[in-house]
Design a protein around this ligand. Structure first.
Ligand code: HPA
Ligand SMILES: [Zn+2]
Length: 353
């Protein structure tokens, strides 16, 4: 629990989330529920004995790849369109209660297609969840199709071709592309050709880089056309690149609790929040895979507050940058900026009352 006097202010602060994997919202409870619903046997590994043994295992990831093993294994319980819709809806409800007004969410179609789930089932289910969140919770949402670096490029190309054929980008069903999964190992620029095609079609591009990998992973992502960087914490190791990112206004989508769980840092205090603020680097604070990393977006905001004791002005900058760099029309940005201003004013008023 956050002990800061700003606790209530942070809770009510209008938030945008830009870095959350819908499959990373698959809690142990939901894994067991969907396995039963779909008649799927869970792996024989004893960690799948119960919800609590599985939850306990999540507290001891040794690296990104150690986590990814469980993340990809857990997804096997998702079979039908309704499973995907229910998973997305479970995330949006939680995000809404944490003060999220706009959410840009990743999904990994290659991994599901690898298990013979059709592209239409995956996108159909997740977009149903998005539509429900827009209608019932008033959130704006964006689906970001994420390529994975541990599978062959041909598999990514196959999914990209399905996106093009479905016209889901033109129809506002899928709004952007990203890449994720194992960072160090596969070629840094493995999606060069796909990103070049997507850029030509005007599709917004982001990329996981600088999480475990050094800053050259970030510069490669920028070279390939990414206009946003997911994680990016190792940017601080390259002064010049950091200045360039600040100058360009490129957003980093930082995930503090993820960085601790995956041992990229030892504690949230090591996440370069202060350095980014001082260097004028824009960033948002996000949950990444909340079902695996011990917290949703508000837990990440609280963890940052405990570690850095930010003031109201600093939180306002973070919240406003999160809106400004969202992939939404200017009218929606104006609505969200106004909500932030109102929230700050009301807080200041309570202080002076
Ligand atoms: O944090 C992450 N990094 C890379 N790939 C991922 N896929 C889900 N979460 C992550
Ligand atoms: Zn991620």
């Amino acid at each position: 629990m956050c002990q800061s006097p700003l606790h209530e202010f942070i809770k009510g602060l209008p938030k945008c989330e830009h870095h959350v994997h819908l499959e990373g919202c698959l809690t142990p409870e939901l894994i067991f529920e969907l396995a039963a619903r779909n008649g799927i046997s869970l792996p024989t590994d004893p960690v799948y004995t119960s919800i609590s043994t599985l939850s306990k295992r999540y507290e001891h990831f040794t690296s990104l790849d150690d986590f990814l093993h469980f993340y990809f294994e857990g997804m096997a319980v998702l079979r039908n369109e309704q499973d995907f819709a229910d998973l997305a809806w479970s995330y949006f409800q939680k995000a809404h209660s944490d003060g999220v007004h706009h959410a840009e969410v990743f999904f990994d179609p290659q991994v599901h297609k690898d298990r013979s789930i059709p592209y239409e089932t995956i996108v159909g289910g997740f977009s149903k969840g998005c539509q429900r969140a827009e209608k019932e919770l008033g959130l704006s949402t964006r689906l970001i199709l994420c390529f994975v670096r541990h599978l062959p490029v041909d598999s990514a190309r196959g999914v990209y071709n399905e996106l093009v054929a479905s016209k889901h980008f033109e129809a506002d069903v899928v709004h952007g592309l990203g890449w994720s999964s194992s960072e160090v190992g596969p070629p840094k620029d493995m999606f060069r050709d796909i990103y070049a095609d997507a850029k030509e079609s005007g599709i917004p591009l982001t990329a996981h880089a600088g999480e475990e990998g050094d800053p050259t992973y970030i510069s490669t992502a920028l070279e390939l056309g990414a206009t946003r960087i997911d994680h990016g914490i190792r940017l601080v190791e390259d002064e010049e690149l950091m200045k360039r990112i600040a100058r360009q206004g490129t957003l980093l989508t930082v995930c503090p609790l993820s960085n601790v769980r995956l041992r990229c840092v030892q504690s949230v205090k090591e996440v370069p929040i202060r350095k980014f603020l001082e260097a004028g680097v824009k960033f948002s604070i996000n949950s990444d895979d909340p079902a695996y990393f011990g917290g949703y977006i508000l837990d990440n905001y609280y963890a940052v507050q405990e570690a850095f004791e930010l003031n109201v002005l600093e939180w306002r900058i973070i919240a406003e940058n999160s809106v400004q760099e969202s992939w939404i029309p200017d009218e929606r940005k104006a609505v969200l900026l106004e909500k932030i201003e109102k929230h700050v004013k009301e807080y200041m008023h309570t202080l002076s009352a």
